[in-house]
Design a protein around this ligand. Sequence first.
Ligand SMILES: Nc1ncnc2c1ncn2[C@@H]1O[C@H](COP(=O)(O)OP(=O)(O)OP(=O)(O)O)[C@@H](O)[C@H]1O
Ligand SMILES: O=C(O)[C@@H](O)C(=O)CO
Length: 429
Amino acid sequence: MSLALGSVADDYTGASDLANTLTKGGLRTVQTIGIPAADLDLAGVDAVVVALKSRSIPAAEAVERSRAADTWLRGRGAAHVLFKICSTFDSTDAGNIGPVMDALRADAGEAIALVTPAFPETGRTVYQGHLFVGAVPLNESPLKDHPLNPMRDANLVRVLARQSAAAVGLVDCATVARGPEAVAARLDALAAEGMGAAIADAVVETDLETLGAAALRHRVSVGASGLGLGLARALVAAGRASAPDSAADLGAPVGGLAACLAGSCSQATLGQIAAAEALMPVRRLDPERILAGDSEIEAALAWAGEHVGAGPVLIASSAAPETVRALQARHGGDRVGHALEDALARIAEGLVARGVRRLVVAGGETSGAVVDRLGLKAFRLGPEIAAGVPVLRTLGHGAAGPSDPMLLALKSGNFGGPDFFSRALDLMR
Ligand SMILES: Nc1ncnc2c1ncn2[C@@H]1O[C@H](COP(=O)(O)OP(=O)(O)OP(=O)(O)O)[C@@H](O)[C@H]1O
Ligand SMILES: O=C(O)[C@@H](O)C(=O)CO
């Protein structure tokens, strides 16, 4: 088996977003949690997305884990590796996009890396190096209030330059409009000027096709699902991957009980929880009680035990920005974040022990904590629930999870419409 494409993703929901896009683009794709075990069957697979939980950890650790995943993918024949980052460029001045990019680029022996978080399908576009979320610049979007990495600067050339050891240039939209040759020439020119990275503009899907074709001439690129789409289409066009008939296949129904967990505090997720309240029992966790001990987890599980036999339930720690800020001011952001992620992961474990086999999780860090706690190792791709969110079916089974298969939906905080939870559950049979 030789992979047409490899990807190192900096969180689990982002990885499933990319795996979904690659599948839609015609690549038979598997998502793994970390570097897979040697016995994972990858026969006939075009692309592997190795999901890491490296977005919000110390930069040196993110670099080490990303390099190890990259080495594994290269060892399976991947000539090009996409470092999958968030379409809202979630990071801080300490990293981790810049440091990981620098390391992967150096390992690949490349002078420059093309970088674009554009994903027009979900409203992320890049113009003159500035990232827009819908109609507003990144720093005016709800991402300015993100609990872990508030994004307060929309100029990605500047943002990336603060994180990278390399100078950062721009491939502007006029160049992108002239096609892959023009982009490649611009990258060469920037590299000759000593730049180690270039933010590329992209506003519509055809821009991403151009960027994908240009990026494939190099061994490494950095981007969100939009760039993944461009790379997938370029690989299929070049006959280097299967073809667009590789539809997602969910396999036989798994049955079992169903539940939803939310740790994302994004505006989208808050709206989805409010909408779910009309459709299923919803329990809102009390963060103060979680920080104080185990009783809130036990109470949530006892509550779930009373309701989940009759239909899906939703348990959420999510809160509005003012509430989040107040809690963080009292207890420290890291402590609160980790405690709530851990609580939701333990609740997931308890739910699975009570027979839940269909689980929807909202939030990247939250999903990471849940999937790790359940010991799940790899997924194949099912149908798309909303842009960037597929149904996942476990491949093999987890150390702590059940021996029978599970269906999961790992939702990036900002993705999905108001009816996301019910839509997901409708598709997860
Ligand atoms: N009530 C709360 N107060 C403070 N922090 C919270 C609260 N509820 C959840 N959190 C924390 O906020 C963080 C949310 O991050 P998470 O990655 O899960 O969601 P997201 O950032 O919206 O999603 P994504 O990374 O996919 O965009 C987690 O660390 C979570 O534990
Ligand atoms: O790119 C995105 O927006 C998502 O896949 C993600 O990574 C959000 O955490």
